[in-house]
Design a protein around this ligand. Structure first.
Ligand SMILES: Nc1ncnc2c1ncn2[C@@H]1O[C@H](COP(=O)(O)OP(=O)(O)OP(=O)(O)O)[C@@H](O)[C@H]1O
Length: 259
């Protein structure tokens, strides 16, 4: 049997003296789309950062059967690409050069990018409708335009595992759907595995095979969207007034004003 794309076992992360992840287990099969949901501060970004090798703690994180700590930085970058919640925007860098950064793991030390690297950067910019922005300075783009460029850089990396931390939070609903449909298409065409975090619960359920509800640094529920997006679980963990109604691609979560 193939090793899962991601296996996290009993992961504990303490930040600033506070336990943020208190023993998390998570498995993502190769080709699967899993989205982590949960209230603010639950530990979602921390979990993604640990899976991406950006922080460590007691416990186990393996990617395709290899412990993350034993992957060299360059090799890790060929396996896993991350779109962070608020990436640093390098001053003066063009959109094209930023997308090209995704090709860094393929460029030899002290070498130059190849024609294939340049073509890969152009291709992802085109796929995300960013061609016309290629020569603009990244810092001058709107929040939503920038978010698509961050995704372009991750896609240019050609990794098999995509970690997306709230990838659509700055996008209008049209671009949200466009970006998520593209990610799903790439997943189907190229067998990508997706581990994401999202606050929009309806969209989370429409795209993911499984949802993991994180609360207070622990997995409070995990399973298909219909099992996790229940009024009872969401009211308990988000302290929100919501209705869950059936949709064509999963439950739709509607906030309702308390009476
Ligand atoms: N460097 C740090 N030092 C201290 N506490 C931290 C540090 N980084 C994160 N935290 C805390 O860890 C907790 C989890 O943060 P994290 O960003 O993982 O949550 P999240 O679920 O992604 O939240 P959100 O939905 O608001 O993005 C929060 O309470 C946060 O304040």
């Amino acid at each position: 049997m193939n090793a899962p794309a991601v296996r996290v076992h009993d992961l504990r992360v303490t930040l600033g003296g506070t336990p943020v992840l208190a023993g998390v287990d998570l498995t993502v099969a190769a080709g699967e789309w899993v989205t982590v949901i949960g209230p603010n501060g639950a530990g979602k970004s921390t979990l993604l950062r640990a899976v991406g090798g950006l922080l460590t703690g007691p416990g186990e994180v393996t990617l395709f059967g290899t412990p993350i700590g034993s992957l060299r930085r360059r090799d890790r970058a060929r396996v896993v690409a991350t779109v962070a919640q608020s990436p640093v925007v390098p001053i003066g860098m063009s959109v094209f050069d930023y997308a090209l950064l995704g090709r860094t793991p393929y460029i030899p030390p002290l070498g130059r990018e190849s024609a294939a690297d340049l073509a890969a950067a152009h291709e992802v910019l085109d796929r995300l409708d960013l061609g016309p922005f290629a020569h603009r300075e990244l810092a001058t783009l709107s929040g939503g335009e920038r978010q698509r460029v961050f995704l372009a850089r991750a896609l240019a990396q050609g990794a098999t595992l995509l970690l997306l931390d709230e990838p659509t939070s700055a996008l209008d609903i049209g671009h949200q759907q466009e970006v998520l449909e593209l990610v799903d298409q790439l997943r189907r065409e190229h067998g990508l595995t997706v581990l994401a975090t999202m606050h929009d619960l309806s969209i989370a359920g429409e795209y993911a095979d499984r949802l993991v509800l994180l609360a207070d640094g622990r997995v409070a529920a995990a399973g298909p969207p219909e099992e996790v997006l229940t009024e009872e679980l969401l009211a308990r963990h988000y302290r929100a007034h919501i209705r869950v109604i059936p949709g064509d691609h999963g439950p739709l979560v509607v906030p309702v004003r308390p009476t």
